[in-house]
Design a protein around this ligand. Structure first.
Ligand SMILES: [Zn+2]
Length: 357
């Protein structure tokens, strides 16, 4: 039997194996705070029943996400306090387990192929990898879409995919869209947490005073300077679980633009359908509350641009809650609703809601 992390997104340390009990820890790497992402592969355990033990706060409400190909994921629907048990079928040669339903560049490439979208190179990453970006449409209105500023936050990618799909099928006239789906590309491939990296992570690399330290964030800023950013939407996953972390919510990041943020939230709620992971405006996170103090994030950089109407982060839960459980269909559907909300906002509200003093 082999338990390993030798695949895209892999992150695990096997501490010890004691009969049917496997003791695991996730790897923080250069993350300076406790974080919860992990993903591992088990090979050659056919017919065995094993219990996998973790540190505190590493497992979601429905246990691990499971896959045989890294593309299709389901919840195990079995979990203890800090462990889960799995019986490997006789023909299960290779099984992947992960903290959440992973989303990798292969899926994005497949999505682009299906939708006739050309992948371009944004730039090379620090490790020399080609970071993908896509462009859709033309016109004076610029929209920048990003996700994976924090490498482990896969739910953002599923939502973003749904946004893109809807905007391809039903374009917003006079609009150019620029999308970077994996800002921390190395982190996604290497299976890093990405959150709170030392000395700062990709989403703390948008300081107006200091040059960026990551190639991708430098390019995104360059793009905004050249093409503008009327709208900037950054798709994230929140903290592990509990409270608002189990929901989808907009991180409100401005008092000046509060009426616009509220208008967008109300529109998004009206655009929801029953197939989507549910969003309610009431869950939007108020500015200057707890951790939401603003700073050098993508959305806070873009919101300060003169031409900017709105820029914010949408957080989407890793697991959800009873009656609103995350899966690979309802997240892109939320993205579709989000795209409809962008369209409605541009038609009904754009340029009409003044800034507050
Ligand atoms: Zn994040």
């Amino acid at each position: 039997m082999k338990i390993h992390k030798e695949f895209i997104g892999g992150n695990i340390t096997v501490v010890r194996i004691d009969g049917k009990d496997v003791y695991l820890e996730n790897e923080l790497r250069d993350t300076t705070v406790d974080w919860f992402y992990w993903a591992f592969c088990v090979e050659g355990a056919e017919g065995k029943t094993l219990t996998f033990h973790f540190q505190n706060n590493r497992l979601g409400y429905w246990g691990p996400a499971i896959s045989h190909d890294l593309m299709e994921w389901r919840w195990l629907n079995q979990v203890g306090d800090n462990e889960f048990t799995y019986t490997f079928q006789k023909d299960e040669k290779k099984v992947y387990f992960a903290h959440n339903m992973l989303y990798f560049p292969d899926r994005f490439a497949k999505f682009c192929k299906t939708n006739d979208l050309k992948i371009e190179e944004l730039c090379k990453s620090r490790k020399g990898r080609s970071i993908p970006c896509v462009k859709i449409g033309n016109g004076a209105r610029s929209i920048i879409l990003t996700s994976r500023h924090h490498a482990c936050e896969a739910t953002g990618n599923y939502v973003l995919e749904g946004v893109l799909k809807e905007l391809i099928q039903n374009p917003i006239q006079g609009t150019k869209i620029f999308c970077v789906p994996f800002v921390d590309y190395d982190g996604v491939v290497d299976g890093d947490q990405g959150k709170s990296r030392y000395p700062h992570d990709h989403n703390r690399d948008y300081d107006l005073e200091t040059p960026p330290i990551y190639p991708a964030t430098a390019k995104i800023q360059e793009y905004a300077k050249k093409n503008g950013c009327r709208y900037g939407f950054d798709f994230h996953s929140p903290w592990h679980k509990g409270g608002v972390n189990d929901k989808a919510f907009i991180v409100q990041n401005s008092f000046q633009k509060l009426d616009r943020l509220n208008a967008f939230g109300e529109i998004l709620e009206k655009c929801m359908n029953e197939k989507a992971f549910q969003y309610s405006h009431v869950n939007d996170y108020p500015f200057k509350t707890n951790w939401n103090q603003g700073g050098t994030q993508f959305a806070n950089y873009m919101k300060k641009r003169e031409e900017n109407e709105l820029a914010f982060t949408l957080e989407t839960a890793y697991f959800g809650e009873n009656g609103n459980v995350v899966n690979q269909e309802n997240l892109p559907e939320l993205g579709k609703c989000f795209a409809l909300a962008i369209k409605t906002y541009t038609e009904e509200k754009e340029g009409k809601i003044p800034l507050k003093n």
